[in-house]
Design a protein around this ligand. Structure first.
Ligand SMILES: Nc1ccn([C@@H]2O[C@H](COP(=O)(O)OP(=O)(O)OP(=O)(O)O)[C@@H](O)[C@H]2O)c(=O)n1
Ligand SMILES: C[C@](O)(CO)[C@H](O)COP(=O)(O)O
Length: 234
């Protein structure tokens, strides 16, 4: 499309084991509308003019079948399929090293329902703040509970957001933050926390959509299938 700069690289992380799903097949390869979940996730970015390159991070045992999927589905922007590590953070690092774009997004290969509108809002916010993540305000009351099942704190819900992906950053900021985290042995569950700790700039949220679910447990599958089917008729 005229006027849109293809200046973004995307790391799609799909090297997890999916322990909470409990399926024989790794959850990122389970089918949604006859297509592997990870392919849905990659396609969300493949279709965006802003995206120049995509790196997919997978388990070493899944390298060949993942490359075959890239060919089968004509995912032309995928420039590399690389092996991940034992933790999500290690997998992200491997992906980042294989990208060269100035701006990068990290996306879970098990979030197949993100929309281009939400991704664009996140990219715009990252250009403003250097570091931005999709998130939604929590709907439930959240309690902190101790090991005896006793509620010890009720944080003010107005300050609580559920964090999603993609998470968008200037590549140099994210890579340097990850390198510092590795040097200090810090492990977090997302990229935002790595930049919060080691990046020296505030990470901001871009309000996303509740439908951008992460396929985590078996009950997420029928809901994701329902959401996909609903989009097809809209
Ligand atoms: N070592 C790891 C661990 C996770 N991931 C990816 O990070 C995302 C995070 O989602 P999550 O639900 O935590 O995936 P798993 O780690 O596979 O799930 P579980 O914790 O249930 O084992 C997934 O796309 C997963 O494949 C990864 O690339 N490398
Ligand atoms: C990055 C993430 O999807 C944001 O919600 C999430 O933190 C991944 O964490 P998990 O522990 O690997 O599920």
């Amino acid at each position: 499309m005229a006027g849109i700069k293809a200046e973004w690289g995307v790391v799609v992380v799909a090297a997890g084991r999916g322990t909470r799903m409990g399926s024989a097949e790794s959850k990122q390869y389970l089918l949604l509308q006859d297509k592997p979940i990870v392919v849905h996730a990659i396609e969300r970015f493949e279709a965006m003019d802003e995206v120049a390159e995509i790196v997919v991070v997978v388990g070493t045992q899944d390298m060949e079948r993942s490359k075959a999927l890239v060919n089968e589905y004509g995912l032309c922007k995928v420039k590399a399929v690389v092996a991940g590590g034992s933790e999500r953070q290690h997998s992200v690092c491997q992906g980042l090293l294989a990208l060269s774009s100035e701006w990068v997004m990290v996306h879970d290969g098990v979030r197949p329902l993100v929309t281009s509108e939400a991704v664009r809002a996140c990219m715009t916010e990252a250009k403003r703040s250097q570091a931005a993540v999709l998130a939604v305000p929590v709907k439930d009351t959240i309690k902190q509970v101790d090991e005896n099942g006793v509620i010890v704190a009720t944080p003010d819900r107005r300050s609580l957001w559920a964090i999603q992906t993609p998470q968008a950053f200037r590549r140099s900021l994210l890579l340097e933050s990850h390198e510092r985290a590795a040097a200090e042995g810090f492990l977090g569950t997302d990229d935002a926390v790595v930049v919060e700790r080691f990046g020296g700039v505030p990470v901001t949220v871009s309000e996303g959509e509740y439908t951008n679910i992460k396929i985590t447990t078996p009950d997420d599958l029928p809901y994701a299938a329902f959401l996909l089917a609903q989009r097809a008729v809209e």
